[in-house]
Every structure is written in C-alpha cells, then in structure tokens.
Design a protein around this ligand. Sequence first.
Ligand SMILES: [Zn+2]
Length: 329
Amino acid sequence: MFGTSDQHTPDVLGESPRVIGHYVGEESGPLVVVIGGIHGNEPAGVLALEQLFDLLKEEPLVNPGFTFRGELLALRGNLEALKAGRRYIDTDLNRIWKTPVRPPEDPYPSTEARELDGLLAAIENALRETPASELIMLDLHTTTADGGVFAITSDDNPSLMLAAELGVPVIKGMLSNLQGTTLSYFRQPQFDFDQPSRAITFEAGAHNDPESVDRALAATVNLLRSVNCVSKEDVSTHHDDVLRRAKAGAPSLLELIYVHRLEKSNRRNFRMRPGFRNFQPVQQGTLVADDDNGPIAAPCSGYMLMPLYQEQGEEGFFIVEAYDPYLAY
Ligand SMILES: [Zn+2]
C-alpha cells in the first residue's frame, strides 16, 4: 500500500542526471514538481525521490486498482554540489530564483546559474506539454541542526492550507525575508504559466539523519494524497506516523520574526553556540552565537529555527513565534 520499499535500485526510470523520474498518470490532475538536493549537502530529498519512483513502479503490480491523477516530475537540484557534498559551489542555488528570465547561457556567471538553467529547462518542458490545471512545487531540504521537521510556504491561503495538511509545523512570513527561493519563482505574475500554483518547502530534519529520508518521502507521499494525485486508500498510514513522531510538540503555525543575516561583508567568523535545536525556546537577550564583534544575543523571544552549524549559509539563525490566525485580524 504505497508504504515503504525494501529494494532500492537507484535511478530506476531516471531519464537523466537531472530527472529522477517523470510519472504521467492515466487520469488528469495537477503537475507536481518535487526537487531534492537544491543544496548539495542535503541528499535526503534525492534519496527519498529515488525511493518514491521505486514505489511507483511496484505499486500497480501489488495493487491493481492503483490510479495516479496528474503528473509527478522529480528533479535533482544542484548536481555539481551534490557530487561535491557541498551546500553550493559558487553561490546559493536557493537564493537566485529571481526573475522569470532564463539566465544567460554559456559562459554562465556561476555553477549555480547553469544548474538553475537546467532545472528551469526541465520544469518548463513539463509545463509546455502538460494539460494540468495547477502547478504544485515541493522543495525538499534538511537542516544542520537537529530537532523537528517543518514546512515553509508563501503566505497565500491555498499554499498555507496545503502545508498544514502535511501535519508538521508550518512557518509563514519567510517569503518577504528571503528573496530568490523556489517558493516565490512560479508565483510571479510574469511567469508564463497561467494556471494557479502553490509552493511548499519541506525541511526533513538533520542532513545526515537516515530518518530524514523517510520524512522527506512521507511528506511527498502525503502531499500527493492531499492534492488527490493518489487516493487515500492507496497511501499507508505509516507516512502519517513518521511525520507525527517528528513533530515534537512544536506549534502548528508559526511566523518568522527575526533573521540573523550573514552577508559576505559582515560574516565576521560567525559561530553559533553549540546545542541549539530547531524549535528550542529562546528568551530575548540569551547569548546564542559569537562573531568577531563578540557575543550575539537573541533580539527577541521565540523559537530558534535553523541555527547554522556549517560553514556555508547566508543566515546564522531564525527566530519564529507561534502565530494565531484569530489574533491577527
Ligand atoms: Zn537546504
């Protein structure tokens, strides 16, 4: 029942290094594009998508009633950085999705401009041929810190509601603070696809935790169920259990209230103090990191998110707080 696969054969149905698989269902539905490994040191999403295509291959054999509505396109993000096991080679691939204009072709200004061009070509190709009435983007990531999984969405209600169906904490308010991520690109009015779109980023846990692969797979399968690509009866409850276990008591809806940015000019040997986890409560004034100017205090109280325990990264840490939609109006 679309549960877990024991035998994993990498690259089954893979069409190219970029394309993990492109599954076209026999009935109509949305086009779901899932990307793993936009950051090269986050292979969990890629492994989860390879497993998912194994499952899709097996499912009709063991479950003759299985039907898929719409299309699933699964892509590897930063191929060069995945090979090198680094977040990126020249620049962060999840900060350069800006104008819907293809970057200049060879010579590309960076390795990541070439990667972005490859990703956009694959997505635009699928969009050109699809009869789908909606585009849904899911971007799979992991974090350097431990503790909890979560989804990040744009702040439009359809995306928020879809993210909420994954059953993990949802962070809103990121979009206005982080430019050039996959979340915003397909929602720009200039983008040449006149159907509605929704976009979600899923953070599956720590980079090298084997369970991050299970959680990325669970989130993808549950999203396919939420948008009715697959029927509820065809999805194992195992995936809900995996995500429920990982939720770890964090609030269901949170809002970004602070980003500690590390620009190239003011990186100043930023060092997060050890031991911070996602969703760890912090009080205003708590010393959380150091740089060449001395200790860095949390400027507000809330929950710690994505404390940076690696060299590469544009943000040192984020602080979020519980968001009550009823108090906001
Ligand atoms: Zn990432």
